[in-house]
Design a protein around this ligand. Structure first.
Ligand code: ADP
Length: 374
């Protein structure tokens, strides 16, 4: 129970030229924790609201457990939604707020009491049941909103940025609790956030969206290790992946990534993936994450060291790591190092890449060359 299928779903708001959601095509499995992530305005909430029945679908079909639900009203969908602003009724007590959905569905009074108390216990808000929302902290309000959704025991939970009004510490804590709750309840959950860290830590699968279009659907690790295109590569990970424009060229049977300042032989494995000579002289963008940039105090001996001379611009300490910002001509590169490292602003240094970790993207389409081959 709780499986969902979007079959080529489009949403075009009245009077808008472009669809807000453009050919959303995806199946969500029973019990899955799916996260929709992307910058503001990319169509996450619209997708969620179509699933909740709060927004009409322009074309395409939506199914829940194999049943066509495009025209099923929100109250008849076995779904509960948690909003960013909690949407609690100020005049009702916490108990009444949690009980509301059950009351509307004409659940027996005795059963309502049992369920509200059970949910309050899970969420550790039993001592707050008589209070009004105005007497609660942000985190407590969030729990009540969650409690209201859980008490209904729906097949599917929909959550639209439910943690964004909490401070950083409470957000991290509630995030962990939500993950636990979801794995205990084993209910399909579709969760919307613009925060890539939240997406990476919570989702069993993540959907990255941009301009209404799905960019990639993958588990967190795969999204990080094998981004399908430049957008995903830049969106997931902080500080973001370094991007360096250049071209692929073939010399004496070896493929190189080259630009005015560097010429790096590509690993044989990557060469195999890139295929024949048609790849030579192709314009590409090399992507490398800060943890895969190697630093050296000076340019190593030998012409083919693979290192490039640079100047340290700035050092950023996060406690566990430090990030060194380098400039080589107009090329900017961020490298992660350990906090003990001695690199200081305005000093000379050199950087190289862990070549088995680099990504290559087609310059014009942005598509990963690895992906193109697959
Ligand atoms: P997100 O949740 O990713 O921030 P939304 O789904 O809210 O994005 O919005 C997607 C696009 O649809 C945006 O360009 C937004 O301006 C537009 N949009 C959202 N709601 C409406 C509406 N009621 N009428 C017209 N355009 C809308």
């Amino acid at each position: 129970m709780g499986s969902i299928t979007f079959n080529h779903v489009f949403k075009r708001y009245k009077g808008e030229a472009r669809p807000a959601v453009d050919d959303f095509h995806l199946s969500i499995e029973e019990g899955e924790f799916l996260v929709l992530v992307g910058p503001s305005g990319c169509g996450k909430s619209t997708t969620l609201r179509m699933l909740a029945g709060l927004e009409e679908i322009s074309s395409g079909e939506l199914y829940m457990d194999g049943k066509f639900i495009n025209y099923v009203s929100p109250k008849d969908r076995d779904i509960a939604m948690v909003f960013q602003n909690y949407a609690l009724y100020p005049n009702l007590s916490v108990f009444e707020n949690i009980a509301l959905g059950l009351k509307l569905r004409k659940t027996a009074k005795h059963e309502i009491g049992l369920r509200v108390n059970r949910v309050a216990k899970i969420l550790e808000i039993s001592h707050l049941l008589e209070r009004k929302p105005s007497q609660l902290s942000g985190g407590q309000k969030q729990r009540v909103a969650l409690g209201r959704a859980i008490a209904r025991e729906p097949q599917v939970f929909l959550m639209d940025e439910p943690l964004s009004n909490l401070d950083a510490k409470l957000r991290a804590q509630t995030r962990a609790e939500l993950i636990k709750l979801q794995s205990d309840l084993k209910r399909t959950t579709v969760y919307v956030t613009h925060d890539q860290v939240e997406a990476m830590t919570m989702g069993t699968r993540i959907v990255v969206m941009k301009d209404g279009v799905i960019q990639q659907v993958a588990p967190p690790r795969k999204l990080y290790d094998e981004p399908a295109n430049l957008f995903v590569a830049g969106f997931i990970g902080s500080p973001q992946m370094n991007f360096i424009p250049g071209r692929i060229q073939r010399e004496d049977g070896t493929l190189y990534f080259a630009n005015r300042r560097m010429k790096l032989p590509l690993p044989v494995e990557m060469e195999r993936r890139l295929g024949g000579t048609d790849r030579s002289l192709r314009s590409v963008v090399l992507g490398v994450r800060p943890e895969h940039v190697r630093l050296s105090a000076a340019l190593p001996e030998g012409e083919d060291s693979g290192y490039t001379a640079a100047v340290v611009q700035m050092k950023e300490e996060t406690g566990a790591d430090s990030y060194v910002y380098l400039l080589a001509g107009d090329m900017r590169v961020i490298a992660r190092t350990d906090p003990e490292s001695a690199y200081q602003p305005e000093e000379q240094a050199a950087f190289g890449f862990q070549m088995d970790k680099i990504h290559l993207f087609d310059e014009s389409s942005g598509v990963s060359l690895r992906r193109e081959q697959a």
